[in-house]
Design a protein around this ligand. Structure first.
Ligand code: HEC
Length: 98
């Protein structure tokens, strides 16, 4: 039983680490804690609801979202991000404080 809890705990930790690891490729523009306006253009996305971020990321990937004239740039950022990873990212961003 003890081992089971240890394994569960480890899995949770790994999941949590996953989001921050994935987010590393976003920090140059959005800031370490998503606290910056990316390139002075985007909204500050720290604390955005998971669904809102996921919607935005899917829109960029599909090429349908472009709120500040820089949608093409974000499209490049998420082109190789899988749907599953987008979910992880959106979950992680929701945990960041403004
Ligand atoms: C090279 C700089 C850059 C990088 C790297 C980058 N972004 Fe962005 N991001 C932007 C810009 C600029 C916008 C505004 C795009 C537009 O015009 O709609 C934006 C917009 C967004 C938005 C919507 C915010 C809004 O204003 O509507 C989200 C969510 C987002 N980015 C998440 C991410 C995630 C997650 C990553 C990493 C996978 C990432 N970005 C990487 C520059 C960047």
């Amino acid at each position: 039983m003890k081992t089971l809890f240890a394994v569960l705990g480890l899995t949770l930790m790994l999941n949590a680490a996953d989001g921050s690891a994935l987010f590393q490729k976003c920090t140059a523009c959005h800031g370490q804690k998503a606290e910056k306006k990316a390139l002075g253009k985007s909204e500050i996305i720290a604390g955005w609801k998971e669904a809102k971020t996921l919607d935005a990321l899917k829109g960029y990937k599909a090429g349908t979202r472009n709120t500040k004239g820089m949608g093409a740039l974000m499209k490049g950022q998420v082109a190789s991000v899988s749907d599953a990873d987008m979910k992880v990212l959106a979950k992680y961003i929701a945990t960041l404080k403004k």
